[in-house]
Design a protein around this ligand. Sequence first.
Ligand SMILES: Nc1ncnc2c1ncn2[C@@H]1O[C@H](COP(=O)(O)OP(=O)(O)O)[C@@H](O)[C@H]1O
Ligand SMILES: [Mg+2]
Length: 246
Amino acid sequence: MGDVNGDLITFERVTCSYENQQVLKEVSFRVAPRETKVIIGASGSGKTTVLRLILGLLKPDEGRIMIDGQEISGMTEEELIGLRRKIGMVFQEGALFDSMTVGENVGYRLFEEGQLSEAEIEDRVRHLLGFVGLEEAIDMMPDELSGGMKRRVAIMRALGAVDAKMMLYDEPTTGLDPMTARTICDLIRKLRDAQGVSSVMVTHQMADAFRVGDRFLAIHEGRVAFEGTADELRQCRDEHVRGFLV
Ligand SMILES: Nc1ncnc2c1ncn2[C@@H]1O[C@H](COP(=O)(O)OP(=O)(O)O)[C@@H](O)[C@H]1O
Ligand SMILES: [Mg+2]
């Protein structure tokens, strides 16, 4: 995976609006293979919008977005569906389907695609759940799980649906206690190390950001206020970014 520069995701001066409100202004950044990029910023600063653009659910007004070497602005809906197969998305709140078992949740898109037999899907689902220590929960219903277990299942559902080389996490630890949040962060790191998955994680929890991130992007009112490593972030003098760190 990767474009000519080897990057998995490239945003070049991307501007994006909803109706007539401009929410992203000339946003540029890159994500390299195996890198975990953490996007931080206040509520409403445009973080989720960045993820929607990566998935092609929204189109930029201006600028270019390259995913895995392909510019996505000009893609047909069919091409976008193909692209989304390579990307696992964990939505804010990590919702599960309440009426399906844990196993059905994790295997959901595999069932839908219909390319594997039921036995093959079950194998895959067991393997994924085993990876997060939840194989025993395969026949349980979501409402029997704790918040942290639900979040792990949601991550495995996103990963299991695709041959994910890329995962997007929208505030995966919000609403979890610090210990549970830490286990989710460790899982995100484990996926990177064990499977070479590249990730973009949106969060406003700095402890989690530092636990997971290789590089950081701070967005303030739709503009990039900072991009760099953890050390650079700690030394950043931008007042909006500093306000975020304390
Ligand atoms: N579907 C939408 N229609 C109109 N405005 C939206 C929509 N989604 C988000 N916005 C607005 O765009 C801005 C950025 O939103 P978002 O990307 O969700 O921010 P964040 O994830 O950083 O909280 C906010 O002001 C929000 O109210
Ligand atoms: Mg958001």
